[in-house]
Design a protein around this ligand. Structure first.
Ligand SMILES: *Cc1c(COP(=O)(O)O)cnc(C)c1O
Length: 345
């Protein structure tokens, strides 16, 4: 085994031969006219899985989240979210530039959640001076918190606060299927009290591209308008939707293997001195570098044929996915050991 083991992200996963066949054979039409039968089937299946009335297929998770902001707020409103969340850190401030909302970032806990009391006290009273708090955003699993699963009890407590104040809730469920597998529950349960929920096909589910946003019918009609405005109206896109349908039918249960492989890699790293590693609940390993530099380690790993990404000033991230077998996970540990030995020599 000398091939490079690419753990930079689950977005590097490649479509399987069976998925490619499903794509090649997809029946298509112009989806902007609502004519693509494969997209329509995917949207229906996504809505069912999330327990919502309707869904809209969009090019990316970033666009899904931006559409959620546009659907659930009015310009000048305030959005409460976690300071580690994807919307706040990795979406080019689309919230400010396009949705015209103010974000109030609250400290994320280790599981990616928020303190319900902190949310409660962040909600502003009705007053001519203050912005209107109209939306709470949650993320499950939580990317920057190392793929942490936000437990249902914590989600329920947070959605209850929002509800009490007449706020809507958006769940960034980019990896909601990882959360569902880890919690041994249905994604619809996780998203139960959320007005909108988005998820990515292009990550652990192994599709080349695509995300869905789901919610009630009126919100999704609005979402479709916003998608067109943002340039996300695609045409014979059943070719991509076919990959999504295939993944929802065949690639969900296997996420447990990714979680198992992530634990194997984390255990291997934890045995080496230079890393303080999370205990992965899902497919994301984050390791704080306690000896040496981040750059030095990323280079040393690359030299051994293991790719990771920087994830903070002294932190690296590895993500398991459909192209990482158990043998690859074991080989990753051996390669990291070799990198550590080479460094010590
Ligand atoms: C990857 C990711 C997104 C956005 O996905 P893109 O398809 O890359 O735009 C949103 N939220 C979370 C938590 C993610 O991990």
């Amino acid at each position: 085994m000398t091939a490079v083991i690419d753990l930079r992200s689950d977005t590097v996963s490649k479509p399987t031969p069976a998925m490619r066949r499903a794509m090649a054979e997809a029946e298509v039409g112009d989806d902007v006219f609502g004519d693509d039968p494969t997209v329509n089937r995917l949207e229906q299946m996504a809505a069912e899985r999330m327990g919502k009335e309707a869904a809209v297929f969009v090019p990316s998770g970033t666009m899904a989240n931006l559409i959620a902001l546009l659907v659930n707020t009015r310009p000048g409103d305030e959005v409460l979210l976690g300071d580690q969340c994807h919307i706040f850190n990795y979406e080019g401030a689309g919230s400010a530039r396009i949705a015209n909302v103010q974000v109030h970032a609250l400290a994320n806990g280790a599981t990616g959640g928020l303190d319900p009391a902190a949310v409660e006290s962040a909600v502003r009273g009705p007053n001519i001076h203050t912005p209107v708090d109209s939306l709470l955003c949650l993320e499950n699993t939580h990317n920057r918190c190392g793929g942490a699963v936000l437990p249902l009890r914590e989600m329920d407590a947070l959605t209850a606060v929002a509800r009490r104040h007449g706020m809507r809730v958006h769940l960034d469920g980019a990896r909601i299927f990882n959360a569902a597998v880890a919690l041994e529950t249905e994604p619809a349960r996780i998203a139960r009290d959320c007005d909108t929920v988005s998820f990515c096909l292009s990550k652990g589910l192994g599709c080349p591209v695509g995300s869905l946003i789901c919610g009630d019918r009126a919100s999704m009609e609005l979402a479709r308008r916003h998608r067109k405005m943002l340039g996300g109206g695609m045409r014979q896109v059943g070719i991509l939707a076919a990959a999504g349908l295939y993944a929802l039918e065949h690639h969900v249960e296997r996420l447990a293997d990714d979680h198992d492989n992530a634990r194997r890699i984390a255990d291997g790293l934890a045995k080496l001195g230079p890393f303080a590693v999370n205990a992965p609940q899902t497919n994301i390993i984050v390791a704080d570098i306690v000896e040496g530099t981040l750059e030095g380690w990323l280079d040393a790993l690359k030299e051994q044929g293991v790719l990771a990404v920087p994830f903070g000033p002294q932190r690296l991230r590895m993500v398991t996915h459909i192209n990482i077998s158990r043998a690859d996970a074991e080989e990753t540990v051996r390669r990291v050991q070799r990198a550590a030995a080479a460094r010590a020599a």
